[in-house]
Ligand binder design. Structure first.
Ligand SMILES: [Zn+2]
Length: 105
């Protein structure tokens, strides 16, 4: 599921990239990678920065009631409902919707 989502996200980003650039009255015909590569770099930077910020939060497992902070890549890619996230508890190894306990700024 995650790989399929990632594949179609990258595919749609590449197919939606325009090769015609209009800057004022000047028209540029640029190759697709001139737009796609900076876009990918920006999206990847947002993914990393968002994950690092989200990984500073503490979440409570509904099964064992223990708190934990997820790794940044797991926090960035997890399904969320408001501020609660579907995470795998490192203590009991069960995946569930974990409520946020504390927001560390
Ligand atoms: Zn747990």
């Amino acid at each position: 599921m995650k790989r399929t989502t990632l594949f179609f996200t990258i595919l749609s980003a590449l197919t939606l990239t325009s090769c015609d650039v209009h800057f004022g009255n000047i028209h540029y015909d640029v190759p697709w990678w001139v737009i796609a590569i900076p876009t990918g770099i920006i999206l990847f930077a947002v993914y990393i920065i968002g994950g690092i910020i989200l990984s500073k939060n503490e979440y409570v497992c509904p099964h064992c009631n223990k708190t934990f902070s997820p790794k940044w890549w797991k926090a960035a890619y997890s399904i969320h409902l408001n501020s609660d996230r579907v995470l795998k508890c490192p203590h009991c190894k069960k995946r569930s919707l974990c409520k946020i306990k504390r927001v560390i700024k």
